[in-house]
Ligand binder design. Sequence first.
Ligand code: PXL
Length: 276
Amino acid sequence: MSYKRVLTVQDISCVGQCSLTVALPIISACGIETAVLPSAVLSTHTAGFTGFTFRDLTEDIPAIMAHWQKEGIMFDGIYTGYLGSTEQIDLVAALFDNCAKEGAAIIVDPAMADNGKLYPAFDGEYVNAMKKLCGKADYVLPNITEACFLTDTEYKTEYDRAYIDGLITKLAALGAKNVVLTGVSYEEGKTGVVVFENGEYSYYKHDFLPNSCHGTGDIYASAFTGSLLRGKTPYESAQIAADYTVECIKATAGLDNHWYGAAFEVVLGKLIEMLK
Ligand code: PXL
Protein backbone atom coordinates (compact mmCIF):
# COMPACT_ATOMS: atom_id res chain seq x y z
CA MET A 1 0.00 0.00 0.00
CA SER A 2 1.31 3.44 -0.80
CA TYR A 3 1.51 5.62 2.30
CA LYS A 4 2.53 9.18 1.61
CA ARG A 5 3.71 11.96 3.86
CA VAL A 6 2.85 15.57 3.16
CA LEU A 7 4.06 18.72 4.91
CA THR A 8 1.65 21.59 5.30
CA VAL A 9 2.89 25.06 6.21
CA GLN A 10 0.32 27.57 7.43
CA ASP A 11 -0.78 29.33 10.60
CA ILE A 12 -2.59 27.97 13.61
CA SER A 13 -5.65 30.13 14.16
CA CYS A 14 -6.59 28.66 17.52
CA VAL A 15 -10.27 29.38 16.94
CA GLY A 16 -11.88 29.89 13.54
CA GLN A 17 -11.87 26.63 11.55
CA CYS A 18 -9.22 27.56 9.05
CA SER A 19 -5.61 26.89 8.09
CA LEU A 20 -3.91 24.13 10.15
CA THR A 21 -6.98 23.22 12.21
CA VAL A 22 -8.64 22.36 8.89
CA ALA A 23 -5.67 21.01 6.89
CA LEU A 24 -4.50 18.50 9.49
CA PRO A 25 -7.81 16.66 9.97
CA ILE A 26 -8.82 16.80 6.30
CA ILE A 27 -5.54 15.52 4.85
CA SER A 28 -5.29 12.90 7.59
CA ALA A 29 -8.84 11.73 6.77
CA CYS A 30 -7.62 11.24 3.20
CA GLY A 31 -5.21 8.62 4.56
CA ILE A 32 -2.06 10.72 4.24
CA GLU A 33 0.51 11.24 7.00
CA THR A 34 0.38 14.98 7.65
CA ALA A 35 3.37 16.82 9.09
CA VAL A 36 2.87 20.45 10.06
CA LEU A 37 4.98 23.57 10.20
CA PRO A 38 3.02 26.38 11.88
CA SER A 39 3.84 29.73 10.30
CA ALA A 40 2.29 31.76 13.13
CA VAL A 41 -0.08 31.34 16.06
CA LEU A 42 -3.14 33.59 16.26
CA SER A 43 -5.92 33.54 18.82
CA THR A 44 -8.42 33.60 15.93
CA HIS A 45 -8.25 34.19 12.18
CA THR A 46 -8.22 37.79 10.97
CA ALA A 47 -11.40 37.89 8.90
CA GLY A 48 -14.16 39.23 11.10
CA PHE A 49 -12.58 39.01 14.55
CA THR A 50 -10.84 42.07 15.99
CA GLY A 51 -8.08 42.26 18.59
CA PHE A 52 -6.58 38.87 17.73
CA THR A 53 -3.10 37.94 18.98
CA PHE A 54 -0.36 37.12 16.46
CA ARG A 55 2.93 35.36 17.13
CA ASP A 56 5.13 35.08 14.06
CA LEU A 57 7.17 31.85 13.95
CA THR A 58 9.44 32.84 11.04
CA GLU A 59 12.51 32.68 13.28
CA ASP A 60 11.93 29.00 14.08
CA ILE A 61 11.83 27.82 10.48
CA PRO A 62 15.59 27.66 9.68
CA ALA A 63 16.33 25.46 12.73
CA ILE A 64 13.35 23.19 12.02
CA MET A 65 14.47 22.78 8.42
CA ALA A 66 18.09 22.13 9.48
CA HIS A 67 16.93 19.42 11.90
CA TRP A 68 14.85 17.72 9.22
CA GLN A 69 17.79 17.80 6.84
CA LYS A 70 20.05 16.25 9.50
CA GLU A 71 17.46 13.49 10.07
CA GLY A 72 16.96 12.96 6.34
CA ILE A 73 13.26 13.83 6.65
CA MET A 74 11.70 14.48 3.22
CA PHE A 75 8.12 14.82 2.00
CA ASP A 76 6.05 13.43 -0.89
CA GLY A 77 4.23 16.74 -1.06
CA ILE A 78 4.46 20.23 0.43
CA TYR A 79 1.31 22.33 0.67
CA THR A 80 1.46 25.94 1.81
CA GLY A 81 -1.39 28.21 2.88
CA TYR A 82 -1.54 31.43 4.90
CA LEU A 83 2.04 32.46 5.72
CA GLY A 84 3.07 34.78 8.52
CA SER A 85 5.45 37.21 6.82
CA THR A 86 7.16 38.16 3.58
CA GLU A 87 10.47 36.87 4.92
CA GLN A 88 8.82 33.55 5.68
CA ILE A 89 7.85 33.11 2.05
CA ASP A 90 11.55 32.96 1.09
CA LEU A 91 12.20 30.37 3.80
CA VAL A 92 9.34 28.27 2.49
CA ALA A 93 10.92 28.36 -0.97
CA ALA A 94 14.08 26.91 0.66
CA LEU A 95 11.95 24.16 2.20
CA PHE A 96 10.75 23.23 -1.31
CA ASP A 97 14.39 22.92 -2.40
CA ASN A 98 15.64 21.00 0.63
CA CYS A 99 12.80 18.87 1.96
CA ALA A 100 10.73 17.79 -1.06
CA LYS A 101 11.47 14.31 -2.44
CA GLU A 102 12.18 13.96 -6.15
CA GLY A 103 8.80 14.24 -7.91
CA ALA A 104 7.00 15.59 -4.81
CA ALA A 105 3.91 17.73 -5.47
CA ILE A 106 4.38 21.37 -4.48
CA ILE A 107 0.98 22.93 -3.84
CA VAL A 108 0.67 26.65 -3.10
CA ASP A 109 -2.61 28.14 -1.94
CA PRO A 110 -1.83 31.88 -2.00
CA ALA A 111 -4.27 32.43 0.87
CA MET A 112 -4.11 36.20 1.13
CA ALA A 113 -7.32 37.77 -0.23
CA ASP A 114 -11.02 37.37 -0.95
CA ASN A 115 -13.92 39.43 -2.30
CA GLY A 116 -11.60 41.90 -4.03
CA LYS A 117 -9.53 42.68 -0.90
CA LEU A 118 -6.28 41.56 0.70
CA TYR A 119 -6.61 40.10 4.23
CA PRO A 120 -5.74 42.76 6.85
CA ALA A 121 -2.18 41.54 7.56
CA PHE A 122 -0.93 41.78 3.97
CA ASP A 123 0.44 44.40 1.59
CA GLY A 124 1.99 44.73 -1.87
CA GLU A 125 5.34 43.43 -0.68
CA TYR A 126 3.69 40.22 0.52
CA VAL A 127 1.89 39.87 -2.83
CA ASN A 128 5.20 40.21 -4.70
CA ALA A 129 6.83 37.52 -2.55
CA MET A 130 3.81 35.27 -3.12
CA LYS A 131 4.18 35.72 -6.89
CA LYS A 132 7.68 34.24 -6.60
CA LEU A 133 6.47 31.32 -4.47
CA CYS A 134 3.71 30.54 -6.98
CA GLY A 135 6.40 30.41 -9.66
CA LYS A 136 7.92 27.43 -7.87
CA ALA A 137 4.66 25.50 -7.52
CA ASP A 138 3.37 22.46 -9.37
CA TYR A 139 -0.17 23.56 -8.45
CA VAL A 140 -1.43 27.00 -7.46
CA LEU A 141 -4.95 27.26 -6.08
CA PRO A 142 -6.05 30.90 -6.01
CA ASN A 143 -9.56 32.31 -5.91
CA ILE A 144 -10.30 35.09 -8.41
CA THR A 145 -9.29 37.87 -6.01
CA GLU A 146 -5.93 36.24 -5.33
CA ALA A 147 -5.42 35.59 -9.04
CA CYS A 148 -6.01 39.31 -9.70
CA PHE A 149 -3.47 40.41 -7.08
CA LEU A 150 -0.93 37.89 -8.38
CA THR A 151 -1.33 39.06 -11.98
CA ASP A 152 -1.97 42.80 -11.47
CA THR A 153 -5.40 42.45 -13.03
CA GLU A 154 -8.46 44.51 -12.18
CA TYR A 155 -10.88 42.51 -9.97
CA LYS A 156 -14.30 42.00 -11.54
CA THR A 157 -17.40 40.27 -10.24
CA GLU A 158 -18.87 40.00 -13.73
CA TYR A 159 -16.63 38.53 -16.37
CA ASP A 160 -16.42 36.24 -19.35
CA ARG A 161 -14.28 33.33 -20.44
CA ALA A 162 -11.66 35.68 -21.97
CA TYR A 163 -11.11 37.38 -18.58
CA ILE A 164 -10.65 34.01 -16.84
CA ASP A 165 -8.36 32.70 -19.60
CA GLY A 166 -6.29 35.88 -19.22
CA LEU A 167 -5.89 35.27 -15.49
CA ILE A 168 -4.82 31.67 -16.06
CA THR A 169 -2.32 32.63 -18.76
CA LYS A 170 -0.77 35.26 -16.50
CA LEU A 171 -0.65 32.84 -13.54
CA ALA A 172 1.11 30.27 -15.70
CA ALA A 173 3.54 33.01 -16.79
CA LEU A 174 4.60 33.36 -13.14
CA GLY A 175 6.02 29.84 -13.53
CA ALA A 176 3.25 27.78 -11.92
CA LYS A 177 2.99 24.49 -13.79
CA ASN A 178 -0.72 23.89 -13.18
CA VAL A 179 -3.48 26.20 -12.00
CA VAL A 180 -6.73 25.44 -10.20
CA LEU A 181 -8.81 28.64 -10.15
CA THR A 182 -11.74 28.47 -7.75
CA GLY A 183 -15.02 30.38 -7.59
CA VAL A 184 -15.45 30.81 -11.36
CA SER A 185 -19.11 31.40 -12.10
CA TYR A 186 -20.59 31.87 -15.58
CA GLU A 187 -24.25 31.49 -14.64
CA GLU A 188 -26.56 32.38 -11.77
CA GLY A 189 -26.79 29.68 -9.07
CA LYS A 190 -23.68 27.87 -10.27
CA THR A 191 -19.98 28.24 -9.67
CA GLY A 192 -17.00 26.09 -10.46
CA VAL A 193 -13.30 25.50 -10.81
CA VAL A 194 -11.07 25.87 -13.84
CA VAL A 195 -8.28 23.31 -13.95
CA PHE A 196 -5.37 24.25 -16.22
CA GLU A 197 -3.15 21.22 -16.47
CA ASN A 198 -0.35 20.63 -18.96
CA GLY A 199 -1.68 23.44 -21.14
CA GLU A 200 -5.27 22.05 -21.22
CA TYR A 201 -8.31 23.74 -19.68
CA SER A 202 -11.18 21.91 -18.02
CA TYR A 203 -14.07 23.29 -16.01
CA TYR A 204 -16.01 21.60 -13.24
CA LYS A 205 -19.32 23.29 -12.53
CA HIS A 206 -21.15 22.85 -9.24
CA ASP A 207 -23.91 24.47 -7.20
CA PHE A 208 -23.36 27.92 -5.76
CA LEU A 209 -24.71 28.12 -2.22
CA PRO A 210 -25.71 31.56 -0.95
CA ASN A 211 -24.40 31.06 2.61
CA SER A 212 -20.73 31.64 1.81
CA CYS A 213 -18.52 30.63 4.77
CA HIS A 214 -15.11 31.75 5.82
CA GLY A 215 -12.31 29.15 5.49
CA THR A 216 -13.69 27.31 2.48
CA GLY A 217 -10.51 28.09 0.49
CA ASP A 218 -8.51 26.19 3.11
CA ILE A 219 -10.99 23.29 3.06
CA TYR A 220 -10.78 23.21 -0.72
CA ALA A 221 -6.96 23.24 -0.87
CA SER A 222 -6.68 20.62 1.89
CA ALA A 223 -9.11 18.23 0.19
CA PHE A 224 -7.34 18.81 -3.15
CA THR A 225 -3.97 18.00 -1.56
CA GLY A 226 -5.29 14.89 0.20
CA SER A 227 -6.94 13.58 -2.98
CA LEU A 228 -3.90 14.27 -5.15
CA LEU A 229 -1.57 12.52 -2.70
CA ARG A 230 -4.04 9.61 -2.62
CA GLY A 231 -3.36 9.16 -6.34
CA LYS A 232 -6.36 10.93 -7.88
CA THR A 233 -5.69 12.97 -11.02
CA PRO A 234 -5.56 16.76 -10.65
CA TYR A 235 -8.99 17.09 -12.29
CA GLU A 236 -10.51 14.40 -10.03
CA SER A 237 -8.89 16.06 -7.02
CA ALA A 238 -10.31 19.45 -8.03
CA GLN A 239 -13.75 17.84 -8.41
CA ILE A 240 -13.64 15.95 -5.09
CA ALA A 241 -12.44 19.09 -3.30
CA ALA A 242 -15.31 21.10 -4.84
CA ASP A 243 -17.96 18.48 -3.94
CA TYR A 244 -16.62 18.22 -0.39
CA THR A 245 -16.53 22.01 0.04
CA VAL A 246 -20.18 22.19 -1.10
CA GLU A 247 -21.05 19.55 1.53
CA CYS A 248 -19.25 21.61 4.20
CA ILE A 249 -21.18 24.76 3.26
CA LYS A 250 -24.48 22.83 3.32
CA ALA A 251 -23.60 21.42 6.75
CA THR A 252 -23.03 24.96 8.03
CA ALA A 253 -26.23 26.45 6.59
CA GLY A 254 -28.50 25.44 9.45
CA LEU A 255 -26.20 26.58 12.25
CA ASP A 256 -26.93 29.71 14.24
CA ASN A 257 -24.22 32.32 14.64
CA HIS A 258 -21.61 30.22 12.87
CA TRP A 259 -20.15 32.90 10.59
CA TYR A 260 -16.45 32.29 11.21
CA GLY A 261 -15.91 28.92 9.56
CA ALA A 262 -17.50 25.85 8.02
CA ALA A 263 -18.61 22.72 9.88
CA PHE A 264 -16.28 20.51 7.84
CA GLU A 265 -15.97 17.85 10.57
CA VAL A 266 -19.50 16.49 10.29
CA VAL A 267 -19.06 15.62 6.59
CA LEU A 268 -15.53 14.17 6.71
CA GLY A 269 -17.12 10.74 6.19
CA LYS A 270 -18.43 11.93 2.81
CA LEU A 271 -14.92 12.96 1.77
CA ILE A 272 -13.63 9.51 2.68
CA GLU A 273 -16.45 7.95 0.59
CA MET A 274 -15.56 10.20 -2.38
CA LEU A 275 -12.00 8.90 -2.31
CA LYS A 276 -13.03 5.23 -2.62
O1 PXL B 1 -8.66 31.15 5.69
C1 PXL B 1 -7.52 31.83 5.40
C2 PXL B 1 -6.88 32.38 6.64
C3 PXL B 1 -5.95 31.65 7.31
N1 PXL B 1 -5.34 32.11 8.41
C4 PXL B 1 -5.65 33.34 8.90
C5 PXL B 1 -6.58 34.13 8.28
C6 PXL B 1 -7.23 33.65 7.11
C7 PXL B 1 -8.22 34.48 6.45
O2 PXL B 1 -8.59 35.52 6.85
O3 PXL B 1 -6.89 35.32 8.79
C8 PXL B 1 -4.94 33.84 10.12
